[in-house]
Design a protein around this ligand. Sequence first.
Ligand SMILES: [Zn+2]
Length: 190
Amino acid sequence: MKSVIFVFLFLLMGTLCKSQVKVKIHSKEGYEGYEAFADRAADSLETVLNSTKFRDAIRDGVFTHRNGKANLEIFEIIMQAHEVDGPGGKDSVVDLRLRTITRAKDGKKWSKRRCSRKTVGRDGGSSGVTATCPQKLALWKKNDEVGRLAGHYMHEYMHVLGFHHKKGNKYESAVYKIGYIVRDIISGEL
Ligand SMILES: [Zn+2]
């Protein structure tokens, strides 16, 4: 009887732990003054990813640029957290590497003006490093909009997982919409 209970508990633990994912920031380059804000965004992102609200939003979402995957397959890819780009890390851990955009690193076209407008950041090509406009970091911190930063991390992380929005209406893509889902759950709009 005892062994049956143990097996049952073991299986139960396996089920409970299965869909849990962690968020880990490995590096923050140029984040002076924003480290704590980035940590808060990572914590909020972790809470969202493990919520039923997030799973339901993905299940019920309508996405383009989905790499041929069904909605819940996209959800599973996120939960597996197996990075395609960059150095990655452990599976089931969203491995984030962060830096700010600088003219020296990103070139002239990433001028102050571009970052002051709609642009939030870039995924850093295939480096797996999420680059963020310092102007946006400052603005969001000032307005206490941690959801916007977490949503941006999610957007860039979708790229690291191999999703893109190259052609067509990018705002309908899985990358954009899942970033917005994270933002809206944290801000309470979803
Ligand atoms: Zn993008």
